[in-house]
Ligand binder design. Structure first.
Ligand code: 0GY
Length: 298
């Protein structure tokens, strides 16, 4: 049995978040969260760039109930590499109340993908953030896209805003649905009307297969909690311009934060700041994630 010690500077998720004031609409989906281990059951990958605290499915499901979330989309975290066992275990335990986004390599077999699909996986994640992974050449990802095509899966991409220009041609060559993590990580010290965010909005505008997670104010904000006011204009702009292609999530258990651990109750209370009407909230929290992740159930 492998035992793991979390990194010395690792911040553990808040075990007692506040109860949010905002009541999530019935059927709300937390469309970006993770499970870590537990490492003695589901070992962390040799190639990982961090060793987290354990944060397993039972803790995730307890948070789901506490916050008033109905369903989760669990995204394979880089600390598990392409070993999706912890993810699949959580999906099966969720009994239809979770879908997954896996990490796979181009040599993944059809049978492995079929097993993942059966458990609830509906997408793969391509990660370009160098502190988390060593990105591969485009051909590597094209081969994965070919493998997942029979299953109708989509692609989730995680990149830094400064990498968008370089990756533009590859991203826009994708014909699947494509979900962008954390609004493409804008520099929120810049204007929401500035050239960097304009490029991102152009991507969303010109390619209707692109979706955006308006997630992680705690990663993007320079002013910090509880209101993350500098992130609000960015998230609001995306939601108001593309209301049918936005997703929300907690990012629990909040990997790789160094200054503070966010209160998940405050993360929920951020929602009405960025999606001020009930109609926008319903699309963001229920209609959109259901269309992307539970379309087979419709
Ligand atoms: C996130 C963000 C991060 C980590 C990962 O898979 C991961 O390790 O996604 C990060 O460190 O920015 O989306 O959880």
């Amino acid at each position: 049995m492998a035992t793991f010690t979390m990194d010395a500077d690792w911040l553990v998720f808040d075990p007692e978040p506040s109860r949010p004031s905002f009541a999530l609409p019935a059927g709300s989906v937390d469309a970006h969260c993770h499970v870590f281990g537990p490492g003695d059951v589901f070992p962390y990958a040799d190639e990982r760039k961090y060793t987290p605290c354990d944060a397993g499915k039972d803790q995730l499901f307890a948070l789901r109930e506490f916050l008033g979330v109905d369903k989760n989309v669990i995204v394979q975290a880089t600390c598990h590499g392409a070993d999706n066992r912890a993810l699949l275990d959580a999906l099966i335990a969720a009994q239809g109340r979770a879908r997954g986004v896996a990490t796979v390599r181009p040599d993944v077999s059809h049978d492995e993908l079929a097993e993942m699909h059966q458990a609830g996986v509906r997408g793969v994640r391509f990660n370009y953030v160098r502190r988390l992974v060593d990105p591969e050449p485009d051909a590597y990802y094209h081969r994965i896209v070919e493998r997942i095509a029979p299953f109708g899966w989509h692609v989730v991409i995680y990149f830094e805003a400064t990498d968008l220009a370089e990756r533009w041609n590859f991203f826009t060559s994708l014909e699947t649905d494509v979900v962008i993590d954390h609004m493409g990580r804008p520099d929120v010290s810049q204007s929401v009307d500035g050239p960097a965010f304009a490029r991102f909005l152009t991507l969303m505008n010109d390619y209707e297969n692109f979706w955006c997670k308006v997630t992680c104010p705690e990663r993007l904000s320079l002013v910090g909690p509880p209101h993350y006011r500098d992130v609000v204009p960015f998230a609001r702009r995306v939601i108001e311009r593309f209301p049918t292609r936005v997703l929300w999530g907690t990012d629990w258990p909040h990997p790789n934060l160094h200054d503070y651990m966010p209160d998940d109750g405050a993360i929920v209370d951020f929602i009405p700041e960025i999606a001020p009407t009930q109609e926008l909230q319903r699309k963001l929290l229920v209609d959109n994630p259901m269309r992307l992740y539970w379309r087979d159930d419709a």
